[in-house]
Write a protein that binds this ligand. Sequence first.
Ligand SMILES: [Zn+2]
Length: 190
Amino acid sequence: MFSGKTDELLRQLRILKHSGKKVALFKPIIDTRYSAGEVVTHDGVKEQAIPVELNENGVKQIVEKTLNEKYEAIGIDEIQFFPEKLKNAVLFLLDNGVEIYASGLNLNFRGEPWQIIQELMPYATKTISTKAVCSVCKQYEATRTQRIGSNGKPAHYSEPEIIVGGKDRYEARCVKHHEVPGKPKTEFKV
Ligand SMILES: [Zn+2]
């Protein structure tokens, strides 16, 4: 978030397109801020994208569309939102010779790893980390996503991991300024 990860994904896909490859970009239907058929980065860069639902049907659509249209490389934006079935789909497409580029966040609003990211990361040929600046101190590297509820307060730990079409606000935060009320403290025992 605000780290330029979508820009980096678009940049990679553009290079492939220029090299003559048949490329497509998929994105989850979660973000209705922008037009449904395109991905728009925070800098306003636009690229055509195929919107898919965040369920097994959406995953199936990625596989079918890629094979039917004979895409040689595909990009998937915001993969953290997809269900676990995406792992199976990605491995299947890789076996079929499709190059896959994905962008996603490591941690959810609670500061805990997204499952699908944890599962897919070890298969990556290459990972690129992009950086965001903490919205509070502007000094440190923001590795956390702060969810702020419609009441203007930090979202409670017990809130759902994904809220589709919610009015919540998100900010990039460093570890020090990440607030999650209700989050259990880590214990260490030997
Ligand atoms: Zn900070």
